[in-house]
Design a protein around this ligand. Structure first.
Ligand code: AHR
Length: 502
């Protein structure tokens, strides 16, 4: 099959906000305890943080990490995580039916963020709590000193405020599973008043209001219309979440689901435009896609813990999806969708980062390794910066019931003006045909191939494990050729390609 891809230097979508490649660490399962934090681990630093994990997170170059939840945040008392560790309370976490030791809180997490070179994106509890606790937390985190909460922070060892700019107004408040779930009206009012109070403290904060937990929610997309009706002029982003599954083991259908994602984004972009004009507003609201990933491999294994059959364990394995090669392709298509909608999606958080539906896995006391999905995220995060380019893709397509038509070749491209590089991220969804890629590079003078990578494996179910961590990994493809007006390369059936030119 021939796949023609045309780019033009002046035919752009948008500048990419680097925070499109953010991630997420929730206090649940082994994300924090024995994930990022394990004081007894041989690699632990002076703060008890695993250096082997820090190194892997640094590789991903994640610009922002959302914290501390997730469902967890909807019953979280941020004050439990400050002060002397031995005095911190153990709490029952209702969201995941586990116990929380609070040995990690805002101070420890911020030190970890410094170590990995990322910024904090903090979520406040609008489930069991409200405006008052949010403003206290904000004062603790961002006020220099001379007030009750800021002075407490200083006494707790942090002299300078953290100046966190990006705040989530709760989590998935449309979900009946959420502790303190609310209707769109109830949440819209609360989110507006909380945003208003937070802006009274600092009008330059960036605030994220909760949108839908998935495109399958019965309240979607009316939820967004109602919530934005209350909050439009007080917030900067509306959050969306989406997880992908392939229970049916239907690869073609699974890989077509990024079209559902694209439709979801388009619909909410439409809702935003509708509310903007209804309010005659001059400002823009963008999408923060702050939870996304494949999530289904481990769901059965978690049932007993979530049903409470194991009591209230501390940091049990939860949501530990073992990602396979097929998931590389899906994550590649998801990232392509975000790059191709970089005009409306400004923030993205791969959910999550360590152990819990994560690109990085650890053994307590043992190894840390890269799951298969580490790699498409790595390429996009490292090289998908700069300007997103509009692509004209000319190749055969296939049809999937209820989803519609998707091209066999899924692609995105970015131009990094500073580095003078042009990057292509390409997935061949075809199970049987090689895609002969023919890339026309209009207005570019690229003549050197910096990277010509491929991820491919004969077994779509193969995974990386602690014992065999490198089964699925990028290899040099070696067949990209540049000349004349463009580039040629091939993408075998079910393969991921990353090509970077200068
Ligand atoms: O990321 C796992 C969970 O998925 C989060 O806690 C919640 O926000 C979502 O439902």
């Amino acid at each position: 099959m021939r796949a023609g891809i045309t780019v033009h230097k002046d035919y752009t979508i948008s500048e990419i906000d680097p925070r499109l490649y953010g991630s997420f660490v929730e206090h649940m399962g082994r994300a924090v305890y024995s994930g990022i934090y394990e004081p007894d681990h041989p690699s632990a630093d002076e703060n008890g943080m695993r250096k082997d994990v820090i190194e892997l997170v640094r590789e991903l170059d994640v610009p922002v990490v959302r914290y501390p939840g997730g469902n967890f945040v909807s019953a979280y008392n941020w004050e439990d995580g400050i002060g002397p560790k031995e005095e911190r309370p153990v709490r029952l976490d209702l969201a995941w039916h586990t116990s929380e030791s609070n040995q990690v809180g805002i101070h420890e997490f911020s030190k970890w963020c410094d170590a990995v070179g990322t910024e904090m994106m903090l979520a406040i509890n609008l489930g069991t709590r409200g405006l008052n606790e949010a403003r206290n937390f904000l004062e603790y985190v961002n006020h220099p000193g001379g007030s009750e909460w800021s002075d407490l922070r200083r006494r707790n060892g942090r002299e300078e405020p953290w100046n966190v700019k990006l705040w989530c107004l709760g989590n998935e408040m449309d979900g009946p599973w959420q502790t303190g779930h609310k209707t769109a009206e109830e949440y819209g009012r609360l989110a507006y008043e909380t945003a208003k109070a937070m802006r009274q403290f600092d009008r330059d904060l960036e605030l994220v209001v909760c949108g839908s937990s998935s495109a399958n929610m019965p309240t979607y997309p009316e939820w967004e219309a109602t919530v934005l009706d209350h909050t439009y002029d007080a917030v900067d982003y509306i959050s969306l979440h989406m997880y992908f599954e392939n229970y049916e083991k239907d690869t073609a259908r699974f890989l077509a689901k990024s079209k559902v994602l694209a439709d979801y984004i388009d619909t909410i972009a439409g809702v935003i435009a509708y509310v903007k004009s209804k309010k005659r507003s001059k400002k823009d609201v963008y999408i923060s896609f702050d939870e996304w990933n494949v999530w289904y491999h481990s769901k059965k294994r978690d049932e007993a813990t979530l049903a409470g059959e194991e009591g209230w364990p501390f940091a049990p394995p939860l949501l530990e999806d073992d990602y396979n090669f097929e998931d590389v392709l899906q994550v590649g298509c998801i990232l392509n969708t975000f790059i191709n909608r970089a005009d409306v999606v400004k923030i993205g958080c791969l959910a999550q980062l360590v152990n819990v539906i994560a690109p990085i896995m650890t053994e307590p006391g043992g190894a840390a390794w890269r799951q298969t999905i580490f790699y498409p995220f790595y390429f996009a995060s490292r090289f998908g910066r700069g300007t997103a380019l509009k692509l004209a893709v000319d190749c055969p397509a296939y049809n999937t019931d209820g989803i519609g038509e998707v091209p066999y070749v899924d692609a995105s491209a970015t131009h990094d003006g500073e580095a003078g590089t042009l990057s292509f991220f390409i997935v061949n969804r075809s199970e049987s045909e090689t895609a002969e890629l023919d890339l026309a590079l209009q207005g570019f003078e690229a003549d050197a191939i910096l990277d010509d990578k491929i991820i491919v494996h004969g077994d779509i179910n193969i995974t990386n494990t602690a014992a065999s961590p490198d089964v699925v990994k990028p290899e040099d493809a070696g067949d990209a050729a540049i000349g004349g007006k463009g580039l040629t390369a091939s993408a075998p059936p079910l393969s991921y390609r990353f090509i970077r030119l200068q």
